[in-house]
Design a protein around this ligand. Structure first.
Ligand code: SAH
Ligand code: SF4
Ligand code: F3S
Length: 467
């Protein structure tokens, strides 16, 4: 308990930030418009919604294009090298834009800034950046923004502290579906992963704060909430509560659809599986990253489960929630991965039959244990492996999708289909994209659809006319 209180940002500190927001609003010379460029996972997407909320409270308006904004903020990711390079490349591109528009203000925040040595690098090599801050002091953005505007020279502020801040404004991108963070950080230290270093130690929000936010979302007409955390099923660790309990409490609020991510297989308890089966509003879908199908690689990755334990969890999930939609994350080319070890991953993918899989080539991250290991796998071998993996997964995916033929799915319509403005698409309750005939008026509605076919990763269907 004591530990949790230490990380809680006090109401007085939040009040301070509110007065900084008021100060910025009253400034005569300040940016009038903003644009946020977001990389990375849902955590970052939701952080961007919080940053947008604060910016609008400070009187800034959103600009459609980054070229038009007075303030451009890059919310970065560093989980793999290409994510980081893309972010830095775009920041550099904006330097050119500034030559035409000297008043343009550039900010960089998010996980990359939290990497060891990155703040110094930004100060030295990216001197045109006006403001850089990390993930743990995000709640202090109004103050940092105000100071950066006033002092007119670069401001870098990165903290190591872990924090939980309640009561700051949020500008949500969608009205029908919303992110809701339940815990921050990660303590798992998988040997390849930088997230624990840039997102800090695991800390859970208070249950009453989460329930209040969920109720507020429901009252504002939100139909689907996505509970977020790097490891949601270790929610509440050490504080006498747990994720299954939280899930049941949220389910009781009566929000139409509840999803969550990400779950770690080692913390997937029988209680959680039972809660999945019992909770009416929790959707029949589960994201369960496996990373590898080989026990030796799993051990080296510090995943703390075996292939057998993983497969057993999948069986239990399928028994409790028949037809459940299953997705995963997989890494190929972990240092020292042999051909035979990679083939264990293929056989696992074949055996499980995922509805979708995110596949990645291992990317060494400075400071992580795996980065220093011998036996780094050459790029062409990893590329060949990932192609084989993707081909197998696509085949299994098509086979799995056949189970939906003639079945009814309830689709939360996200928008017009990319191909045709007479088609709409959204996710069914099993987490799979579904396209059917419709128009703008369907957006944000839940529509019952009979599945008639499939195309690539998408199911095709037709609307069921309700009598
Ligand atoms: N907390 C989540 C996801 C974290 S990052 C989890 O534990 O599953 C999302 C995915 O990125 C991971 O599941 C992993 O598959 C991948 N990933 C993380 N670090 C990586 C690295 N160094 N190289 C390649 N992929 C990585
Ligand atoms: Fe990274 Fe592992 Fe934590 Fe996921 S559980 S964020 S992969 S360290
Ligand atoms: Fe990237 Fe940070 Fe998410 S490193 S994957 S944005 S937690």
């Amino acid at each position: 308990m004591a530990e949790r209180n230490n990380v809680q940002v006090t109401p007085v500190q939040i009040e301070e930030q509110r007065s900084w927001m008021a100060q910025v609003r009253d400034m005569k010379e300040r940016p009038r418009t903003y644009h946020i460029v977001t990389y990375g996972c849902q955590m970052n997407a939701h952080d961007s919604e919080k940053l947008a909320g604060m910016l609008e409270e400070m009187g800034l308006q959103p600009a459609e294009a980054r070229e038009e904004a007075d303030f451009v903020l890059f919310n970065t990711c560093c989980v793999r090298d290409n994510a980081e390079r893309r972010a830095l490349g775009n920041v550099t591109w904006l330097k050119e834009v500034r030559k035409q528009r000297p008043n343009l203000m550039i900010g960089v925040c998010g996980c990359m800034v939290q990497e060891p040595g990155m703040a110094e690098k930004l100060m030295k090599q990216y001197r045109f950046v006006d403001l850089a801050f990390g993930t743990s002091n995000l709640y202090r953005f109004p103050e940092l923004f105000a100071r950066a505007i006033e002092q007119r020279r670069p401001l870098v502020d990165v903290e190591e502290e872990d924090s939980i801040a309640e009561g700051l404004p949020v500008r949500r991108l969608r009205r029908d579906a919303a992110y809701l963070t339940i815990m921050y950080g990660c303590d798992n230290f998988c040997s390849y992963c930088i997230v624990p270093y840039v997102r800090g130690r695991e800390r859970s929000r208070r249950m009453e704060d989460i329930l209040r936010e969920a109720q507020g979302l429901k009252d504002s007409g939100v139909k689907e909430i996505m509970l977020l955390g790097q490891n949601v099923n270790s929610y509440g660790k050490g504080s006498g509560t747990d994720f299954p309990t939280l899930l049941r409490e949220i389910d009781a609020l009566g929000i139409e659809r509840i999803r969550f991510m990400t779950s770690h297989p080692k913390d997937l308890s029988d209680e959680l599986i039972q809660a999945m089966a019992d909770c009416r509003h929790v959707l029949p879908q589960f994201h369960l990253p496996v990373q590898s199908g080989n026990n030796e690689i799993l051990r080296q990755m510090n995943r703390q489960y075996t292939r057998e334990v993983y497969l057993n969890r999948v069986r239990s999930l399928r028994e409790a929630v028949p037809g459940i939609g299953l997705s995963t994350d997989i890494i190929v080319g972990y240092p020292g991965e042999t051909e035979a070890q990679f083939e264990d991953t293929l056989s696992l993918v074949d055996e499980v039959g995922y509805d979708s899989a995110f596949t990645f080539i291992y990317s060494p991250r400075t400071g992580t244990r795996a980065a220093g290991l011998p036996g780094q796998i050459p790029g062409e071998i990893s590329t060949a492996r990932i192609q084989r993996l993707i081909a197998l997964q696509e085949k299994r995916q098509r086979e799995r999708m056949a189970r939906f033929m003639d079945q009814t799915e309830r689709v939360l319509v996200e928008g017009l289909s990319k191909r045709s403005d007479r088609q709409v698409s959204g996710k069914g309750e099993h987490g799979i994209s579904i396209t059917f005939t419709g128009d703008e008026t369907d957006i944000g509605q839940i529509v019952s659809v009979r599945i008639t076919g499939q195309k690539n990763n998408t199911l095709l269907g037709e609307r069921i006319q309700l009598a």
